[in-house]
Ligand binder design. Structure first.
Ligand SMILES: [Mg+2]
Length: 249
């Protein structure tokens, strides 16, 4: 086992759980879905009245799908603001018909609701307290709204423990693109073998961090199998709190 100077964590579903079941439950076209769209719509109609909710919802989802396709294909981030610019263009709302910060404002409403589904598992606090006494810490997150990623960490009281909180919305590139890992290591003055990356996604975290020569710990809560074409993780954890026993050994 290597000894490490730094631990670099993925954010969502590694340090912070994203709980879909805590998102607002709404009725659309006769079906129940979990979505922030009703709350965003309420704000939207205060500026742009007259668009039925179903039409807004269709554009809301189209904008999301289009952003997701670009993210996956090009490994670049489409920010939440850009996604809402897309939504407004699909609704044929000219940008100059609304306040200039309207896309940002809609993104904030969406993120405020989404944040209510972001939970910090209590057992992660003692793990981070142990880690900060022994390692330099950082976060690399694929997320489309950097203030929300920082706010959710602030809520846990641990944000100051991380030297770097690197968010794809600010970097332009997304994991598994090597650039986001290399930039973080460079900012910390580390070479790849000095840091361990900890994340839950094989394609994004494990493939990405391995690709730049870092060791990785895979948080595999569902007992998934390692897949062909993805480098094997150096450690596998059934939950994040197991990291301590792996590294103390
Ligand atoms: Mg994750």
């Amino acid at each position: 086992m290597r000894s490490y100077t730094a631990l670099i964590f993925d954010l969502f579903d590694t340090l912070i759980d994203f709980r879909r079941d805590l998102m607002p439950l709404i009725q659309v076209n006769g079906a129940e879905v979990r979505s922030t769209s009703r709350h965003v719509y309420d704000q939207f109609t205060s500026v742009c009245p007259g668009v039925p909710f179903e039409a807004f919802y269709a554009a809301f989802m189209d904008g999301y799908r289009e952003a997701e396709q670009i993210r996956a294909r090009e490994l670049r981030e489409i920010t939440a603001e850009d996604r809402f610019r897309l939504v407004l263009s699909k609704l044929r709302i000219p940008l100059d018909a609304a306040p200039s910060d309207f896309p940002e404002w809609l993104a904030e409403v969406h993120m405020a609701k989404l944040s209510e589904a972001m939970m910090f598992p209590p057992e992660n606090l003692p793990l981070l307290e142990w880690a900060r006494a022994r390692y330099r810490l950082a976060v690399i997150s694929n997320f489309d709204h950097a203030p929300t990623a920082r706010r959710v960490l602030e809520r846990t009281g641990t944000v100051g423990w991380f030297e770097q909180v690197v968010v794809s919305a600010e970097e332009g590139v997304r994991k598994p693109h090597r650039e986001i890992f290399v930039r973080t290591l460079t900012r910390m003055g580390l070479s790849p073998h000095e840091a361990l990356f900890i994340g839950d996604s094989l394609d994004i975290d494990i493939a990405g961090a391995k690709g730049v020569g870092m060791d990785v710990a895979w948080v595999n809560r569902n007992g998934a199998a390692v897949r062909d074409g993805i480098p094997a993780p150096d450690y596998t954890l059934a939950r994040l709190s197991e990291l301590r026993q792996k590294l103390d050994r």
